[in-house]
Design a protein around this ligand. Structure first.
Ligand code: ATP
Ligand code: MG
Ligand code: MG
Ligand code: MG
Length: 430
């Protein structure tokens, strides 16, 4: 019977075969311990000289790391193993003998590991992070599908910019100039007017010129957009969504969180509702904390976000930023037009901005005014204006950065480990 490591609990005391790679091994005299991995998990294979052919025993002792094999034996429960089961090996059929494997994560610097990202992904730690990433994606689809949202895919090649022009990737589109999408938002608004509640999940591109541990050049965003939903209602949806993915990771990634030594008591606190602090109050708070560089009207950077979030043990919304530092489409607060109905959701523990969201301008003449101020002209923007001409309604949406969320829930310091093949300043390979 051919099974995967993840199926082992269903085959206790049975003899099975697993296709596996050798992650690690140690041997002493008449016994060899093989750390096996097959993509679904990790498991120890115990090879006793007396249980196998001389050939198989020699193989077990001499096979280099990352050699591949079909390995056969009896599955037995083993309380000491973090995975609960091990195999008492009866035969090994070598598929491919690896040459000397260059990488053992603990002994190399970051640049070396990044150069070998295609191999580094095989490590237990990277495996755990990618499984958590996968769980967040799975839970995202569940949350929005159950909530009656339609998944809509905005274009990647576009002629319009949603978030300003400084971080755009330019590309040739036959005779025209085009950009790689920085955000699907403008298109998602069109989609919300057609389908009511929509969400997207796709890659976005930003030519971020500074090196930080929170910025990738290519990252994945989840962008819900909802018709007939105001700012306050949108904040509640964000709280529910973030709480749901945190709970899903806690429920379904116990092994992975354990491998990463994540303090799960921190994740258990991520439950709606989340606190809110106004931008105005945040500026005062920062000045009190000694940030002399921040004045009203300036955007916050990572150190500011971290300092604001310090007072909270779950995410906190910073609401109502000055209109002048936010995107052109955000709706002004009806009580005071110098701030907009927006929020950034800041994660605790210094992980920074996870979500940016807002209620959108629904008034045609105000949008026309913004077009003038921001010099938005031509066919790339005309269509978006038309959304305000045909049954304009209050609507809101937000964008959650997947990799920031993976970093936070996994407890990983640097965003480069949260995506299979990170694109960073000065790194396009592998
Ligand atoms: P920041 O202030 O950290 O640069 P932003 O305000 O430019 O982020 P938004 O345009 O609001 O980002 O995008 C929505 C979300 O996408 C952010 O809250 C964040 O989670 C994520 N995000 C933005 N830029 C990046 C990036 N370069 N790499 C990874 N994730 C990002
Ligand atoms: Mg940015
Ligand atoms: Mg920001
Ligand atoms: Mg933002």
């Amino acid at each position: 019977m051919k099974i995967t490591i993840s199926q082992a609990p269903n085959y206790n005391e049975e003899t099975v075969t697993i296709g596996a790679w050798l992650a690690n091994k140690r041997s002493s005299g008449k016994i060899a311990f093989l750390q096996l991995r097959d993509g679904t998990g990790f498991m120890q294979g115990v090879v006793a000289k007396s249980d196998v052919s001389e050939e198989a025993f020699q193989l077990a002792k001499s096979m280099p790391q990352e050699s591949s094999m079909y390995i056969t034996g009896k599955i037995v429960e083993d309380a000491r193993s973090p995975f609960g089961y091990e195999m008492q090996v009866s035969n090994i059929e070598l598929i491919h003998e690896a040459i000397d494997y260059p990488i053992t994560p603990k002994e190399h610097g970051t640049e070396f590991l990044m150069d070998h990202r295609h191999l580094w992904l095989r490590s237990k730690r990277q495996h755990a992070i990618m499984k958590i990433r996968n769980e967040i994606i799975r839970a995202t689809y569940q949350f929005f599908n159950d909530g009656g949202y339609v998944k809509i895919d905005p274009p990647i090649l576009t002629g319009s910019s949603a978030e300003g022009t400084t971080e755009l990737f330019h590309t040739q589109y036959f005779d025209e100039e085009a950009y790689l999408s920085q955000s699907g938002q403008l298109y998602m608004e069109a989609a919300a007017m057609a389908f009511g509640k929509v969400f997207s999940f796709g890659p976005t591109f930003r030519a971020e010129k500074s090196k930080t541990r929170r910025h990738l050049i290519e990252f994945w965003m989840i962008e819900p957009e909802m018709a007939f939903i105001d700012h306050e209602e949108s904040l509640e949806i964000q709280e529910q969504y973030v709480s749901f993915i945190a709970q899903s990771v806690l429920d379904n990634c116990k092994l992975e969180l354990n491998v990463l030594e994540r303090d799960t008591s921190k994740l258990e606190k991520i439950k709606a509702p989340f606190a809110r602090i106004s931008y105005d109050d945040a500026v005062v708070l920062l000045q009190e904390k000694g940030f002399t560089d921040i004045k009203w009207g300036e955007d916050f950077g990572a150190p500011h976000e971290t300092a604001i979030a310090e007072a909270y043990d779950k995410p906190v919304f910073i609401i109502n930023y000055p209109a002048e530092i936010k995107a052109f489409y955000m709706k002004p607060d009806p009580e005071r037009s110098d701030v907009v109905l927006c929020a950034d959701l800041i994660a605790p523990e210094g992980y920074g901005e996870i979500i940016g969201g807002s209620q959108r301008i629904d008034d045609l003449s105000l949008m026309e005014e913004r077009y003038q101020q921001h010099d938005l002209t031509g066919p790339a923007y005309q269509w978006y204006l038309e959304l305000r001409q045909y049954g304009s309604v209050p609507h809101s949406g937000f964008g959650l950065g997947l990799e920031r969320t993976v970093a936070w829930l996994s407890g990983v310091d640097h965003i480069r480990e949260t995506i299979p093949f990170p694109r960073l300043l000065n790194r396009l390979y592998p």
